[in-house]
Design a protein around this ligand. Structure first.
Ligand code: HSE
Length: 436
């Protein structure tokens, strides 16, 4: 029997992910020791309430309310408390006391990432966070390491399972957003307060993290353009379905070159968009997540799987833990964040995209010409136009698909259309992404 040295691990938080991390560590200790070449000794689990009900049964003697003492006693700290404080203070304490840190806290990284990365780099500590984006799906390590020699052009991510469940349900059953959200709540996908998910805040935090790694640039969450799914209607989803599209909430991270100035920059944005059904992201069902990466040399890559769930996300935490523990065995400092590029953030108005616009218009001579004129005066080229007239009605429905244009030109076009006397209403505006 090999006598392994021990690496002391302190776990902060025993919620749905934390309790599964503890269970797996305790159940698979021998196997992990062989993989690492050292034994992981779970020295304690800091919790707020010693008597709270947990998803996994944990040895009572490991539970403590003294997180500070646990941090000092640990070589590696796993932070799974969530929220900004006291998580930020705890992570900084862990780094200052010489520990490496694994966290799954996307809000913390998206808000205080640069401060935490700098603190870790200063002392050569490792800060790892595979669990912070897309749950079980390996995406942070592939971006940081496997694709480190490539150049990433674009990431299109379905990184929020709750909204994907809701949009998928609307698509497959014709349900309204309200009804689909009620089902998501009943089945436990949506939180009691679903604002972070349906408002796109959760996806925006993940977009900030992905863009930072992909483009070697600090991208603050405040610089991520965010639109949630609250205004998506059953009718939009149904029209999209008939036209061969599916509505998805996308986190888009893009490296761009300004066509006029040649300036290079980065865009990170979250909004619901039409995705062709045959695109790999079009097939992402239920509460699953997927991240579609377009890299210069590697070409398109798709990462798919469970984006949440206690035991699934625990897998990502343990992967980080094993990698750090192996480094403890061989020695050497942690890998710092790469922010060498520090590209400027491009405002939403500077990006190019395509719009699908549905208009209710008066059905009379000259209307099409006047509509076409609005597009022309904003330099937006129309790619497709479909007109439907209901029998006996004096109105027509126009569905107009544009070619690529800048977001500012497209938004101004829509604003002008809304004011045009022949337009009864702008019934729907959605961007189109993932052209095949
Ligand atoms: N609330 C998130 C989602 C899971 O619905 O995907 C945690 O990031």
């Amino acid at each position: 029997m090999i006598e392994y040295r021990s690496i002391r691990v302190g776990l902060l938080g025993a919620g749905s992910v934390g309790s599964q991390v503890a269970r797996l560590l305790l159940e698979h200790g021998d196997e992990l020791a062989q993989r690492i070449g050292a034994r992981i000794e779970l020295v304690g689990i800091a919790v707020r309430d010693l008597d709270a009900k947990r998803d996994a049964e944990l040895p009572r003697e490991l539970l403590t309310t003294d997180a500070d003492a646990l941090i000092v006693a640990s070589d590696i700290v796993i932070e799974l408390m969530g929220g900004l404080e006291p998580a930020r203070t705890m992570v900084l304490k862990a780094i200052a006391s010489g520990a490496d840190v694994v966290t799954g806290n996307k809000a913390l990284l998206a808000t205080h990432g640069p401060e935490l990365y700098a603190a870790a780099e200063q002392v050569g500590a490792q800060l790892s966070y595979e669990a912070a984006v897309a749950g079980a799906i390996p995406i942070i390590r592939p971006l940081r390491e496997s694709l480190a020699g490539d150049r990433i052009d674009r990431i299109l991510g379905i990184v929020n399972g709750t909204t994907n469940f809701i949009l998928d349900r609307m698509d497959s059953t014709g349900a309204s957003l309200e009804d689909a959200l009620a089902t998501a709540t009943e089945l436990g996908y949506a939180e009691a307060d679903p604002t972070a998910d349906i408002g796109g805040y959760d996806a925006a935090q993940k977009a900030a993290i992905l863009a930072s790694i992909a483009f070697h640039t600090s991208v603050p969450v405040a610089a991520v353009h965010r639109e949630g799914i609250t205004s998506v209607t059953a009718q939009q989803v149904e029209s999209a379905r008939r036209a061969g599209f599916v509505v998805k909430l996308l986190a888009i991270c893009e490296r761009l070159t300004d066509p006029e100035t040649g300036e290079e920059g980065v865009s990170a944005r979250v909004y619901p968009a039409l995705v062709p059904r045959e695109h790999p992201l079009g097939a992402v069902r239920g509460a699953n997540n997927a991240v579609f990466v377009e890299a210069s040399a590697a070409g398109p890559l798709m990462f798919y799987g469970a984006g949440a769930g206690g035991v699934q996300t625990a897998s990502a935490v343990l992967g980080d833990l094993v990698a750090i523990a192996r480094r403890h065995v061989v020695g050497g400092p942690g890998t710092a964040e790469s922010t060498h590029a520090e590209l400027p953030m491009f405002e939403i108005g500077r990006i190019t995209t395509r719009y699908a616009i549905t208009l209710e218009v008066a059905d009379e001579p000259g209307v099409l010409e006047r509509i076409a004129h609005v597009f022309a005066e904003h330099g937006v080229s129309v790619e497709q136009l479909q007109q439907t007239v209901s029998g006996g009605s004096e109105r027509a429905t126009l569905v107009i698909g544009t070619h690529e244009a800048t977001e500012s030109a497209l938004a101004e076009t829509v604003a002008s259309l809304a004011e045009n006397p022949v337009v009864v209403s702008v019934a729907s505006v959605l961007r189109v992404e993932g052209a095949m």
